[in-house]
Ligand binder design. Structure first.
Ligand code: BTN
Length: 247
């Protein structure tokens, strides 16, 4: 199995960040939170792992973490772009997959990247206080180069995978991510996010505390919320949360 090579990543991107790797850890997001609590980090830190034993997903779910690309980025400071960290990450990942493989990766609001109608990447952005200061950690898990035999059956059926060089995909993600953040332009981000998104016109269930409410997606708001119309004709702009596609 191809494993990520941090030296190769360093040689393929010129981002201003410390790049680290562990073979196995519980969760790269948790490791970077602990690092920020212990150390006064002045520049971003990237941490990769070949395997996570307690990979975390959104809504308190677990995230299967063996055989793919698992990475987190600690940002000790961010400006107004912190509001859009999840959207920025989704664009960075989809565009990195597109340029690395030529595959038409898309974005499903708010934080998933899709390939051929299935999820290929999950993103978990968290904000937290450490040493009296707000920090941000961005976790990204991509199903690249995962040997099929390794996967639990349910994931094999519901997730998308692609073959590729993990180090090159990681370098592409980091270059895109830091590029968007350093020259942050909300209008350009919105345009790129919208052009990668595929939910407009689709039927979805809006999920809140286990309750699903069917709706039709109208599009994206200026602030990159999801505008939906419920079956009673009322409309809502979702700022955060989750929608499930009705297939
Ligand atoms: C989701 O799809 O719900 C988000 C999944 C985020 C997974 C990544 S893998 C690297 C980082 N470490 C974690 O524990 N989670 C994130």
């Amino acid at each position: 199995m191809d494993t990520l090579d941090p030296n190769k990543v360093r040689s393929m991107t010129d981002i201003d960040a410390t790049i680290l790797k562990k073979d196995v850890t519980a969760s790269t997001n948790d490791d970077l939170k602990a690092l920020a609590a212990e150390t006064d980090c002045t520049r971003p830190v990237v941490l990769f792992a070949d395997k996570q034993t307690s990979g975390r997903g959104r809504q308190g779910r677990g995230f299967y973490s063996e055989g793919g690309l698992y990475m987190s980025v600690l940002f000790p400071t961010l400006g107004e772009e912190s509001r859009y960290l999840t959207h920025i990450a989704a664009v960075a990942v989809a565009d990195a997959i597109r340029s690395e493989t030529g595959l038409a990766a898309t974005v499903k609001w708010v934080n998933d990247v899709y390939l051929n109608g299935k999820k290929v990447c999950g993103i978990l952005a968290e904000s937290f206080l450490a040493r009296g200061k707000r920090h941000f950690v961005l976790g990204i898990g991509v199903n690249v180069g995962t040997p099929k035999g390794l996967l639990p059956q349910d994931i094999r059926n519901t997730a998308a995978f692609f073959d590729g060089d993990k180090s090159a995909v990681a370098a592409g993600i980091l270059t895109n991510l830091f590029g968007i953040i350093h020259a942050f332009d909300p209008t350009a981000l919105r345009a790129r996010y919208e052009s990668l998104s595929f939910l407009a016109g689709r039927r979805v269930n809006v999920v809140r505390e286990e309750i699903k409410k069917p709706a039709t997606v109208i599009g994206l708001s200026d602030g990159l919320g999801l505008i939906v119309r419920y079956d009673d004709g009322s409309e809502e702009t979702l700022i955060a949360g989750e929608v499930h596609l009705i297939l």
